[in-house]
Structure formats: structure tokens, C-alpha cells
Design a protein around this ligand. Structure first.
Ligand code: GAL
Length: 415
């Protein structure tokens, strides 16, 4: 869809559904509309309904949440903020700075959130000493999802390094298999770029470029190498990737139409929703060359201030989200891992268990970094500048050397 048409469609949807939540209801704005995401959301809906709280659904389709954030801005501008909103990283802090979010300190203190929510998440869930959102999960973006039967048939082992990966991709291509399932949206290309940049330059480079926004790192030969790797990936996706949504790319791997998808672990929700089992039907592994690192994003629900106090419904939602039982039940379905450190991994499958282990190890070894693509490395203005360059390069508008220069310029204007 052209940008202007898309925005018009979003705004029309906003106008239609701009009903304030009735007392006893929560109106929840979110972008969990794929099969796996909707299955996970149901766990939360049912939890609230069992407490007698009605759910007014405000879904805004569009992976990564860009469309949802456009709708949110329109709703708030119209003086009609939803009760609760799914949000990521710096977006939460930006809204907090505007004074738009309710203070959850009372519930947080009662339930001891300070002791159980990892520090990396608290950095986005608290502002000015106040809890301003309830973390639901921890996702990470440096994963690869693979169709096991296709790898077996082509005698391909799980690639550990970038060179192993390029060899596997070329072998698949020679055998007539589409090596990589890719969706064609800027946020999806940026998701791959998170992992590719980490793999090309390692954790110090990732941090310097995407978190410190250091000009030297942004303009380095290592960044050019990252773009060259993106060009390799672009050379091994099918012709019809343009505009494809992420879950349709996952479906290609599920159905054996492509071997690999590089995507955050929300992709696992699609495999599970299709009845597949990790280790049997599909494989999950860290993007080659990033086994020790985790680039994370955490979905949180921020409560918009409805005039002073947190409403009982908002409190119930926040409390339900942080309950250990919910954290396990929800994240088992969603593909993410709990946003608390004290939840058992017993109910998680092998990918989930690995995700929990990787997260804890990365946090204690200084290898846990916010995802650029999903708003945890830099504010939206910088993130969007990176999106523009990565997608233009991926779509062949310019070569890697030009992309590096464009990135330096775009980030310096945006920051
Ligand atoms: C991410 C979000 C995930 C998943 C994904 C695709 O930004 O954190 O929960 O929904 O987008 O929609």
C-alpha cells in the first residue's frame, strides 16, 4: 500500500473504533493479529475475563507496531486515548515524558516488581522513579528458523558461522530450494540487519553503532561488510518478497517452500499454531556468529492516564500481566520468554528453554543489547532513519558503500 493510502486507512479505522472503554472494560490497542500472536493474546483476554473484566479489542495490523503507533498518536491527539497500549522500548519513555502514562508504583510495590523484572526491562518500564508500563515478555531478534526436512534432505547441518551459512544457502539454491523466506517491509529487513550487524562486527561494534550512535562505527568498513551481507541475503530470497508480511514468510518455512527465516522468536508462535514441534518439524538457532549475544525487545502494556488514578481495570490488567502463572502460559504460546527472572522453564519447549538460558547468560556476561529494529536501541526518529537506509539498500536503490554514507547522514540528522 502507498504510504498515504495506508495512513488514510489507519485513520479511518481509528475513527470507527474510537469508543471509550466502559467502566469494567479495558480497551487494548495492540498489533497481535497473526495466528500465533492472536493465540497468545487470547491467554491474556481469558485471564481478564475470568476476573469479570471485559476486553474491548483495538487491533491494528502491522508487524513491529509501526501502524499501531500511528493510530495511537491519532487517538491521543483526539483526546481519546485507549486504556492500555502495547508498546516497545523508547516509545514508552517518549510517552512517559509527555506525561501521558499512569503511575503503576502502588501495584509494583505491592507485587515486588523491582525484585523480579530484569534491569534491562526496567530501563524502559520506569521513568522518573515511576513504573509506567507492565512488561509482558522478552523477545529476541537474532534467531533463525529452519525447515528441518529441507535441511535433512540437503544434508545441511545447523550453520554456526557466517561462512557456514553462506555455504548452506548456496547449496540450497543449487538444489532449486528457496534458501531464505523474507517479508518485504522495512521493519523486517531491519530485524535481519540487527543480527547481521552483530554477526559482522560483534557486540562492541553493535553497541557503538546502534546504541551509542557513534559516527565512526556507523561509517566503518565493518558497517559496509554488514550491508554486503544484507546484499547476499537479498540475492537468495524469492521474487515475490516485496510487501509480504512476516507471518507469510514464516508460513513458507512451515510449508517447506523455503529453508530459513531470520526473524524474532514471535515466529515460533506461528510454527506452534500450525501444530509443529521444535526439533522435529522446525529448528531454531541463533543467527550464525551471534551465539553468545541476545538482541532483545520486550512488549509492554502502558496504561494511559485516564485522569489521575490508575483505574481498577488497568490495575487488574497490570497485575494479571506480571503474575508468574500468566508469564509462563502466555510466553509458551507467544514464542518469547518471561519478563520475570523467577518463572520456571518447565512448560517451555526446547527453543523456549534455550531462549531463557541465552537471555540469562547474555545478561550476566554483558552481551544483552536492545534491538535497533524494535525500538530498544535508540528512539523512534533514529530507528526510522535506519529503516529507510536498510530498506533502500535491500531494494537495490544503492550499493553498500553508499548505504554506509547514507546511514551516517540519516542518523546524524535524526539524533
Ligand atoms: C514485535 C513485537 C512482537 C511481535 C512482532 C511482529 O515488535 O515485539 O511481539 O508481535 O513485532 O508483529
Amino acid at each position: 500500500m502507498k504510504m498515504r493510502t495506508k495512513t488514510a486507512a489507519i485513520l479511518a479505522a481509528t475513527a470507527l473504533s474510537a469508543n471509550a472503554a466502559a467502566a469494567g472494560d479495558v480497551e487494548v490497542l495492540h498489533w497481535w493479529t497473526s495466528g500465533g500472536e492472536a493465540a497468545a493474546l487470547n491467554v491474556l483476554k481469558q485471564d481478564l475475563e475470568s476476573q469479570g473484566i471485559g476486553w474491548l479489542d483495538m487491533p491494528v495490523a502491522g508487524g513491529g507496531g509501526g501502524n499501531a503507533m500511528t493510530v495511537l498518536r491519532a487517538r491521543v491527539t483526539a483526546g481519546n486515548a485507549p486504556t492500555a497500549v502495547q508498546m516497545l522500548g523508547f516509545d514508552i519513555l517518549d510517552w512517559a515524558k509527555e506525561g501521558a502514562l499512569a503511575n503503576l508504583n502502588e501495584i509494583a510495590a505491592m507485587e515486588g516488581w523491582d525484585d523480579v523484572v530484569p534491569e534491562a526491562l526496567q530501563a524502559f518500564a520506569k521513568h522518573d522513579g515511576k513504573w509506567i508500563s507492565a512488561p509482558v515478555n522478552v523477545h529476541s531478534t537474532n534467531w533463525v528458523w529452519a525447515n528441518k526436512a529441507l535441511l535433512d534432505a540437503n544434508e545441511i547441518a545447523v550453520p554456526a558461522t557466517w561462512d557456514d551459512f553462506t555455504a548452506a544457502v548456496e547449496k540450497l539454491a543449487a538444489a532449486g530450494v528457496t534458501p531464505i523466506a523474507q517479508g518485504g517491509e522495512a521493519w523486517q529487513e531491519a530485524t535481519v540487519f540487527d543480527a547481521v550487524a552483530m554477526s559482522a562486527g560483534g557486540p562492541d561494534f553493535y553497541k557503538a553503532a546502534f546504541i551509542d550512535l557513534d559516527e565512526e562505527a556507523l561509517g566503518s568498513d565493518t558497517m559496509k561488510e554488514a550491508f554486503d551481507r544484507m546484499a547476499f541475503i537479498r540475492g537468495h530470497v524469492d521474487e515475490n518478497f516485496s510487501g509480504r508480511s512476516w507471518n507469510l514468510a514464516t508460513a513458507m518455512v512451515i510449508n517447506g517452500e523455503a529453508a530459513f527465516q531470520m526473524m524474532g522468536d514471535w515466529a515460533k508462535g506461528e510454527f506452534l499454531n500450525a501444530g509443529q514441534t521444535p526439533g522435529e518439524d522446525f529448528l531454531c538457532f541463533r543467527f550464525p556468529g551471534t551465539a553468545a549475544q541476545v538482541t532483545f525487545n520486550a512488549d509492554q502494556f502502558a496504561m494511559f492516564d485516564q485522569g489521575g488514578m490508575v483505574s481498577p481495570e488497568q490495575g487488574a490488567l497490570a497485575s494479571a500481566i506480571l503474575s508468574p502463572a500468566f508469564q509462563s502460559a502466555f510466553n509458551v504460546v507467544k514464542g518469547s520468554v518471561p519478563a520475570r527472572t523467577d518463572v520456571s522453564d518447565a512448560d517451555f519447549d526446547d527453543c523456549g528453554k534455550q531462549g531463557m538460558k541465552d537471555l540469562a547468560a547474555a545478561a550476566s556476561s554483558g552481551n544483552l543489547f536492545g534491538s535497533m529494529a524494535h525500538g530498544h536501541a535508540a528512539p523512534a526518529s533514529v530507528k526510522n532513519a535506519v529503516y529507510d537506509v536498510v530498506t533502500a539498500h535491500f531494494n537495490g536503490e544503492y550499493d553498500s558503500a553508499t548505504a554506509v554514507q547514507e546511514l551516517v547522514d540519516a542518523v546524524s540528522v535524526a539524533k
